[in-house]
Design a protein around this ligand. Structure first.
Ligand code: GA4
Length: 340
């Protein structure tokens, strides 16, 4: 990453020079969820990248289009109207500030809590049209999260097949979050080298089990491969993108790893609008390597999702949030590795 001299208005937002958002990587797997090998394909993609797209997912285009139109309408409304739903702490409308600990990005967003299959009553969804569109969309995402997590269990040989899916869409109310993001083009980049982009959302992993993302077909999302290289994800309006989160990494004892990802906003590119469903478990859910997947030493000690979430909200975006939960031997091995 190259840090450049920059205009004062971008003071606290990191500029990046690599890779270029329009140079996309063709290696990200697209899993056909209706295919006979879907479960094996999902696991292979999770192991190689912690990230993949799904096609033939069965989510009606109308559900997505309706929410996208409402999201665009919301972000185009006046600053005063948007501010009426903010400031996000953590829920509500936010602009540039991400989380509570000083992270900044060229982004505005609406972060909302979900209770079972709908927005929680306390969530400040600005209009009833937006609320209704989100509820329909979240219903579809719960179904998709369930399918993906059942396939992960099946592909890994975990039984029952619902063991992971039930943590997110089971009978006990789980901790689900929904987020709409808007990344406007960044005019302040004018005059800087053409291959410059600005951080829209800084690099991080998601703390939950899975996240499911949809975007309006605009580039900007980048993921880190296991060798540390950052690559740009080719946008696809017809697909959803699935991220492995930290909790799934722990449950699988590191066989699946959460994907580091970030969003960059460019100069002269059109606005990017994305919608993300985060599937977390109930607060009291114990997270520890599943006995069925524990061939050798457990890499992580057991914790509850509530504990992890509390620690996550105290951290900075780019922190390695799992490090404090590694078992002592693993932590020592990592420390040795970094020293040598
Ligand atoms: C990353 C994934 C989700 O967007 C999120 C984010 C949350 C926030 O925006 O408030 C966090 C971030 C996310 C992880 C570390 C903490 C909390 C911002 C931040 C600096 C809603 C979530 O659950 O964790």
């Amino acid at each position: 990453m190259v840090v450049l001299a920059k205009p004062a208005a971008l003071e606290q937002i990191t500029l990046l020079r690599t890779p270029e958002p329009w140079e996309s990587f063709s290696g990200i797997p697209a899993v056909d969820l209706s295919g006979p090998d879907a479960a094996a394909d999902v696991v292979r993609a999770c192991e190689r990248f912690g990230f993949f797209s799904v096609v033939n997912h069965g989510v009606p285009a109308g559900v997505v289009d309706r929410l996208e139109a409402e999201a665009v309408r919301f972000f185009a409304s006046s600053q005063a109207e948007k501010d009426a739903s903010g400031p996000a702490d953590p829920f509500g409308y936010g602009s540039k500030r991400i989380g509570r600990n000083g992270d900044m990005g060229w982004v505005e967003y609406l972060l909302l809590a979900i209770e079972r299959d709908a927005l929680s009553k306390a969530s400040p969804a600005p209009t009833s049209a937006l609320r209704d569109a989100i509820n329909a969309y979240v219903g579809a995402m719960r179904g998709l999260a369930r399918t993906v997590l059942e396939m992960v269990a099946e592909g890994l040989g975990v039984s029952p097949r619902g063991a992971l899916a039930d943590m997110v869409t089971g009978d006990v109310a789980s901790d689900q979050v929904f987020r709409l993001n808007h990344y406007p083009p960044c005019p302040l980049l004018q005059g800087l080298p053409p291959n410059c982009s600005v951080t829209g959302f800084g690099e991080h992993t998601d703390p939950q089990l899975v996240s499911i993302l949809h975007s309006n077909g605009t580039p900007g999302l980048q993921v880190a491969l296991h060798d540390g290289r950052w690559v740009s994800v080719p946008p696809n309006r017809d697909a959803f993108f699935v991220n492995v989160g930290d909790s799934l990494q722990v449950l699988t004892n590191g066989r699946l790893r959460s994907v580091r990802h970030r969003v960059v906003a460019g100069n002269g590119l059109k606005s990017r609008v994305s919608m993300i469903y985060f599937g977390g478990p109930p607060l009291a859910q114990r997270i520890a390597p599943l006995p069925q997947l524990l061939a050798g030493t457990p890499l992580y000690r057991e914790f509850t999702w509530g504990e992890y979430k509390k620690a996550a909200y105290r951290s900075r975006l780019g922190d390695n949030r799992l490090a404090p939960f590694e078992t002592p031997l693993v932590a020592m091995a990592h420390a040795d590795h970094h020293r040598s």
